[in-house]
Design a protein around this ligand. Structure first.
Ligand SMILES: *Cc1c(COP(=O)(O)O)cnc(C)c1O
Length: 384
């Protein structure tokens, strides 16, 4: 039997159509977009075409899209760039983020605090991982440089009320960033309606290539670039643009727009089956994250009396790829910071398992998984 991949939250395979779109840009159209000759101009056209495609998928202007090397880099640029500019322009020194943000946000904020004298207020999530708009309102003050709250959490799948939070930040004239690396893979985003100032994307969560991302920066918002050099990407990100990857990202994002409804329906049915069946057949388990307001492909659980990384390894032996906590922490049995922030004890948090399905997951894959899971759980509980 082929191994079954149930870890689409960690990364997704490239769509064949994305590979086809990228192909000519490795060897045939290899120009540098900054060159004046025809090779350069052709690359420049391709780059600007990709920028337009992403912008139109988001309801943004092309000049508001900055290509980066990853979702992580987009988060870094959003936080550091806005924080330094807000400090320079008006002496702001306060960051407002939640402890369940992706490490690309949390570690960046912590570094700004440790080395650059910013201070952080932590927005407390509820038990499900929702960050409420009221708590943002409570913590905002006139020294706040940036607020960052993720659209959808990668570990527990929960969606936060980004639209409301954006409105509150706008009223206070404070920049609001959302990490939509997970969310944008599943939900259409209309930045005409959603008043966020900065939004991060990463291509490999939606069947695009790894190593490319984008940051939406609303017109009129100034950032201090973290990578300096040439004037690429409107002076916000120096480096010769990675045209094949950017083309791949634009194609993959276009496919999200065209197929999101079909993908959503497909994934949600599989996810619902996983959630209801696990709760029925495995005693001592708890769904983490919000029961309704969550990513359509995302099921996450705590199993009492076992170590989630052991469970991932045992499932892998049986031919099923899942994750425990986030992929960045695989191998180490430290409880997830996200689950701790949601109020789970260390012992509870250790028993986490995340199952994320994708557009190519079959019903038979899910049934096969559900048929081996109970034995894996019992085996580990007996050993404990
Ligand atoms: C994957 C992920 C990132 C990081 O994106 P990379 O492109 O892998 O650097 C950031 N935020 C969230 C929510 C993610 O799921």
């Amino acid at each position: 039997m082929n191994p079954v991949y149930l870890d689409y939250g960690a990364t997704t395979p490239l769509d064949q159509r994305v590979i086809t779109a990228m192909q000519p840009y490795f060897q045939k159209h290899y120009g540098n977009p900054s060159s004046l000759h025809r090779f350069g101009q052709q690359a420049k056209d391709a780059l600007e075409g990709a920028r337009k495609q992403i912008a139109s998928g988001l309801g943004a202007k092309p000049e508001e899209i900055i290509f980066t090397s990853s979702g992580s880099e987009s988060d870094n640029l959003a936080l550091r760039g806005t924080a330094f500019e807000a400090r320079r322009a008006r002496g702001a020194d306060h960051l407002l983020i939640s402890p369940i943000e992706h490490p690309a946000v949390v570690s960046t904020a912590k570094q700004l605090a440790a080395l650059f004298d910013f201070h952080i207020s932590w927005l407390e999530p509820d038990r499900y991982g929702v960050i409420h708009a009221e708590s943002v309102a409570e913590h905002l003050d006139d020294r706040t440089a940036i607020v960052s709250v993720m659209h959808a959490n990668n570990e527990v799948g929960t969606l936060s009320p980004i639209k409301e939070i954006a409105e509150i930040c706008r009223e206070h004239q404070v920049a609001f960033h959302t990490d939509a690396v997970q969310g944008a893979a599943h939900f259409p985003i209309d930045l005409d309606d959603l008043k966020v100032d900065l939004l991060s994307l990463g291509a490999h969560k939606f069947y695009g290539p790894k190593g490319v991302g984008a940051l939406f920066v609303r017109e009129g918002l100034d950032l201090i670039p973290s990578q300096t050099g040439g004037s690429q990407e409107f002076g916000l990100r120096a480096a010769t643009e990675n045209i094949p990857l950017i083309i791949g990202m634009a194609e993959a994002f276009q496919l999200v727009q065209e197929e999101h409804q079909a993908r959503l329906t497909h994934c949600q049915a599989l996810r619902d089956r996983i959630i209801s069946e696990i709760q029925k057949i495995i005693p001592g388990c708890e769904l983490t994250g919000h029961p309704q307001h969550r990513l359509p492909n995302h099921a996450s659980f705590l199993f009492r009396g076992l170590d989630g990384s052991q469970l991932v390894l045992l499932l892998d032996q049986q031919g099923f790829a899942c994750s425990s906590g986030s992929a960045c922490k695989s191998g180490s049995s430290r409880p997830s910071a996200v689950l701790s922030a949601l109020g789970y004890s260390q012992a509870q948090a250790l028993g986490s398992l995340r199952i994320t399905v994708g557009k190519d997951t079959q019903e038979s894959d899910v049934e096969a998984f559900l048929s081996v899971l109970p034995d894996c759980v019992s085996t580990l509980r007996e050993q404990a």
